[in-house]
Write a protein that binds this ligand. Structure first.
Ligand SMILES: [Mn+2]
Length: 356
């Protein structure tokens, strides 16, 4: 083979000039030089130092936060496998490798909003379900008061009830809910009034969510018969067998039709995802959504008025290789981008994240 021509060699060498963070995208370049100047721990020291969600700065000053990344180590009421209390810790570890720029949209949440890792909600009586519920409600009522959009990592799904109660203050919002279970069971379960199976029934009765602006996606398997309240109250329930029939495009159409332009919350139970993609969950089920279907669903929420989100039931003791936490962290970055864009659209202004 002949050697490259002089012209070709020079062109290729010119393209290779610059350093590791060089980019011709002016927005990304501006962000990166600011991040370097502020010593943001985004690209270095991935295996040491302080670990925060997406390397966001730590803060509990509610006046200076637009989007809060919050751990909720809520374990009491776990019906099957134990260990969801370690979810936030595992999530943070994997989230350190995700972001800061969306690979397709080029969204940089840190340029849009003041994003902070709030840390974990402190639970002084972690085995007392009423105390835990009250504590979580109060923290999220504080976020509401300050116009903060929270993205929470559980913890069992029971947490979404006090989160919604505090965050909405009884002004109902829509809900996009991905789950193997409907979480709308009536009555007492395993001896508890507040339990992992009645989360969204209680949220409806507290007027935190409007069932007629709610879509539940992925229901299947065990306990399928106990979610009658969902359909009876007017929720759009897309059971897994219907997802097979209408495809993810059909699911997306239904989300847009039912939730519309108004404010809504996004809640993901990790057991909604097929156990092959996400084994580390409190009660795994086969025949669920694939990781690619999940990606299409979260990306369809862009431009909608998402006021908060959570990922529940990540269970690290059953996730020895980090597959599940890695999924949650990558999926969570998609959520963070949607939340940051929605926050800017709602408030009509931007506020950058600063590391110093
Ligand atoms: Mn659930």
């Amino acid at each position: 083979m002949p050697k490259f021509s002089k012209e070709k060699r020079e062109r290729l060498r010119a393209l290779a000039e610059g350093d590791f963070l060089t980019t011709k995208d002016p927005n990304i370049a501006a962000f990166l030089s600011r991040a370097v100047a502020e010593k943001a721990p985004l690209f270095e020291d991935a295996f040491g130092g302080q670990v925060t969600c997406y390397n966001a700065p730590s803060s509990r000053n509610l006046d200076e936060i637009d989007v809060a990344l919050v751990g909720v180590p809520f374990e009491v009421t776990a019906p099957v496998r134990a260990g969801a209390r370690f979810g936030p810790r595992s999530f943070r570890e994997w989230a350190a490798y995700r972001g800061p720029v969306h690979d397709t949209w080029k969204t940089i949440p840190f340029e849009l909003c003041s994003v902070a890792d709030y840390g974990d909600v402190g639970l002084p009586s972690p085995h007392d379900v009423e105390d835990v519920t009250e504590t979580v409600t109060e923290v999220f009522a504080g976020f509401r008061k300050h116009g903060i959009a929270p993205f929470s990592i559980g913890g069992v799904h029971t947490m979404s009830y006090p989160i919604l109660k505090g965050l909405t203050g009884g002004e109902p919002v829509g809900l996009v809910h991905i789950d193997d279970h409907g979480d709308t069971a009536r009555g007492v379960f395993q001896g508890g009034e507040i339990n992992d199976c009645c989360v969204f029934l209680k949220a409806v009765l507290d007027e935190a969510i409007d069932p007629e602006r709610t879509v539940q996606i992925g229901l299947r398997g065990a306990l399928s018969n106990v979610w009658e309240f969902s359909e009876d109250s007017g929720m759009r329930v897309i059971r897994m067998h219907e997802v097979y029939d209408i495809g993810v495009e059909g699911v997306i159409e239904e989300i847009h039709r039912v939730v519309g332009d108004g404010p809504f919350y996004f809640s993901i139970d990790t057991d909604g995802i097929d156990a092959a993609y996400l084994p580390g969950t409190q009660f795994p089920e086969p025949f669920g959504l694939t990781s690619r279907e999940m990606l299409k669903i979260v990306r369809c929420l862009r431009g909608m008025d998402m006021i908060g989100a959570d990922i529940a039931e990540l269970c690290p003791p059953y996730d020895p290789h980090g597959i599940s936490a890695n999924f949650c962290a990558a999926f969570g970055f998609e959520i963070l981008c949607v939340l940051a864009e929605a926050h800017v659209a709602r408030h009509g202004q931007r506020r950058k994240t600063h590391w110093n």
